[in-house]
Structure formats: structure tokens, C-alpha cells
Design a protein around this ligand. Structure first.
Ligand code: ADP
Length: 362
């Protein structure tokens, strides 16, 4: 429990604009928490509120049981890791690392020793004498992290630290940041708009929209059981397919509207006549044997990356499916599609909330 960060009922207004709405969030010591959501949803505002760079309007922010609402940033013992370009260009790596210690009056020899120790952890030992311009993007990112590590903070906050790096380096740095987090036994909060980054790095994912936490939990729990259509569409790539549907008259089937209506048996109960949105992930749809399948569709596009084939259907709405390897398909082919009814996600059309199957085992 110690060193845990706890937000309860936190609201933030910028003038009349309500940027954070009733945020309840526990960041456990040692956890890696990702804040994810579309641009403008309030991720950075939440992160900056933790750091003390923004004040919260109402609610409580506590760190290790101590209310921090009005405690200034430097007294919160929390380090913000900025993008790598926030390094001091006229200082060597060592000077960049020791800067925060020197301004706090740490003796030079001690600061130097601390820099050497951190550099050994982050693989920067041979580079201490270089200037930022003499480093690669990945090395600069490591300096940015080392600069935070040297302060031995209670938590590390990352605000989209990898967004300036190219795709290959980004994938590499994800692993490196996560490994460093584990090695240090750190507590990390990481802001990203990239759900793949959130899913692969974090053990607790917080999905935000318009200042609200829509869902939080373990990455695969969000993937398996999104609480609403927004989370369902946001988590997973390619995105989940959504099809308007109505509960079948027998209460055990679904009438899908794909331009023309197609009825699929479910094997579980739904409310007859209820308007729903059926969600089906591209990776959960397979191509049926000729003449078979739950759905009949025509092929609209076929794209192969070698390892996988992406197919879209000539239906309204269009369906996207992904099959492993190659598929012997061409545009215009009439095919059958299969899926396991248990992998359908059902959402109430009006509220967009997840609907549970009606248990009719009795
Ligand atoms: P995100 O990090 O998710 O992209 P932000 O937290 O930066 O979103 O911003 C959330 C919302 O608050 C946005 O609509 C943004 O325009 C608004 N906002 C952010 N900072 C300010 C500010 N200083 N004054 C007024 N509005 C702001």
C-alpha cells in the first residue's frame, strides 16, 4: 500500500471546460499503468496533475497516503520523463544526468558517482562525455530516462516519450523501457494514444474518452470484455467490426443487417426484437469450406502482407477479416464466413453498453 498513488473523484476545469471528470484511479507501487485514448481525451492533463504541473479543481490526489493536492511538483518525489529532445544540448550526457542533483546542492563527487551508477544500468557508461547531438534517438531517450532515474523518485511519468522515434526504434524502446521498469522495481505511468503500445507495455490499462475513464484493467481483460462499444473499437487492431443487429424472434439467434439480413444461431439467449450492435474482431472470423459458413458474403478486397491476408467484404457495413498466411481468394468471390458465437460482442444500440447473454440454461 505504501507509495501507492490514489486519485478519488478528481475533476479538472480549464475555465468552463471540464477536462477530467470524476476520475477514480489507483496506481499500485511497482505497476506499469498506461493512460490511453484519442487526442484531447485528457491523458496529459491527468499525468500533469499527478506531477503537480496542473492543479486539480476538486477531488483528492494522495501519494503514499499523503494528500498532495497543493504540494508543489518538486516536493512530490515524482519524475516526469519527457521526449528525448528535452535534453540540454550544451551539456554532456553526464552533465545532463547530474543537473538536477547539482541544483539541489549535491556535492560534485557524489553526483558524478550517481551518474556513473545510473549510466551502468541504462547502458550509457561509454557515452557520458558526449553531447546529445552526438547520440542516436534511442540513446537520447535513454539519457532522458536516466535523468529521471538519478533522482530515485517514487514514480516515473512518461508523456508519449516515443512519438518522435521511427517505427523500429519505437518497438525496441518499448521493450527497453519496460525492462528498465522491471529492473528498477519502479512505478510507472505512461501516456500514449497508441493502444498497441499500451497493451504491450502496461499491466494496467486506463482507457479515456472526453475526460472520463471508460474502462480500466488488465490489457487482455479489456480486449476480451470491453464494457462498451467505444472501448471495443479502440482496443484491438485492425479494429473490431460493428454490425447493426436485432435479437431473433426465437431469442436464441441474431438477425444481422449487412445490407441484406442474415440470421445466425447463437446457442445463447438474447432479447427478441432488441436493437443491438454486434461486434466481431477481424481475427475471429474465418473463411468457411465451400458452401458452408454462418454468413454469405462477396469479397471486396484482398491484401496480403505475406504473414497474413486482410480481406474486406462487399457488404454494408463492410467486414474486415484477417487470416493467417495466404488465402486463395479474388475480388468478387462468393464465400462463407465462420465465427464462434461466444466471440461475438453485443452492445445496446442506444447506450452502447455491453450486453450479456441471457442465461436460459434453466
Ligand atoms: P490528451 O493528452 O489526451 O491529448 P489533454 O490532456 O492535453 O489531452 O487535453 C484535454 C483537453 O483539455 C483538450 O480538449 C485540450 O484542448 C484541453 N486543454 C488542455 N490544456 C488546456 C489549457 N491549458 N487550457 C484550456 N484547455 C486545455
Amino acid at each position: 500500500m505504501s507509495d501507492q498513488i490514489e486519485l478519488s473523484g478528481v475533476n479538472k476545469y480549464y475555465g468552463a471546460y471540464h477536462a477530467l471528470r470524476n476520475i477514480d484511479l489507483t496506481i499500485r507501487k511497482g505497476s506499469f499503468t498506461a493512460l490511453v485514448g484519442p487526442s484531447g481525451c485528457g491523458k496529459s492533463t491527468l499525468l500533469r496533475s499527478l506531477a503537480g504541473l496542473e492543479s486539480i479543481s476538486t477531488g483528492t490526489l494522495a501519494i503514499a497516503g499523503q494528500v498532495m493536492n497543493t504540494v508543489p511538483p518538486r516536493k512530490r518525489d515524482i519524475a516526469m520523463v519527457f521526449q528525448s529532445y528535452a535534453l540540454y544540448p550544451h551539456m554532456t550526457v553526464e552533465e545532463n544526468l547530474t543537473y538536477s542533483l547539482r541544483i539541489r546542492g549535491t556535492p560534485k563527487a557524489e553526483a558524478k558517482r550517481a551518474a556513473a551508477e545510473v549510466a551502468a544500468t541504462t547502458g550509457l557508461s561509454p557515452l557520458l562525455g558526449r553531447y546529445p547531438r552526438e547520440l542516436s534517438g534511442g540513446q537520447r531517450q535513454r539519457v532522458a530516462m536516466s535523468r529521471a532515474i538519478i533522482r530515485n523518485p517514487k514514480a516515473f511519468l512518461f508523456d508519449e516519450p516515443l512519438s518522435n522515434l521511427d517505427a523500429a526504434l519505437r518497438v525496441h524502446m518499448r521493450k527497453e523501457i519496460r525492462a528498465l521498469h522491471d529492473r528498477l522495481g519502479a512505478t510507472s505511468v505512461y501516456v500514449t494514444h497508441d493502444q498497441i503500445e499500451a497493451m504491450t507495455m502496461a499491466d494496467h490499462v486506463v482507457v479515456m474518452r472526453a475526460g472520463v475513464i471508460e474502462q480500466q484493467g488488465r490489457p487482455l481483460d479489456l480486449y476480451d470484455r470491453p464494457v462498451n462499444r467505444f472501448v471495443a473499437g479502440f482496443i484491438g487492431s485492425p479494429a473490431m467490426n460493428f454490425v447493426p443487429a436485432i435479437g431473433g424472434p426465437d431469442g436464441r439467434s441474431l438477425v444481422l443487417d449487412l445490407g441484406e439480413r442474415q440470421t445466425v444461431a447463437l446457442g445463447y439467449g438474447v432479447t427478441p426484437g432488441a436493437a443491438m450492435t454486434a461486434g466481431l474482431r477481424p481475427e475471429h472470423i474465418s473463411i468457411a469450406a465451400p458452401g458452408a459458413g454462418r454468413l454469405k458474403v462477396a469479397v471486396a478486397t484482398v491484401e496480403s502482407t505475406g504473414s497474413a491476408t486482410y480481406v474486406t467484404t462487399a457488404t454494408t457495413p463492410e467486414l474486415v477479416l484477417v487470416v493467417n498466411g495466404r488465402a486463395d481468394l479474388k475480388v468478387g468471390d462468393e464465400i462463407g464466413l465462420d465465427f464462434a458465437p461466444a466471440q461475438l460482442h453485443l452492445f445496446d444500440t442506444r447506450t452502447e453498453r455491453r450486453l450479456e447473454a441471457i442465461d436460459d440454461a434453466a
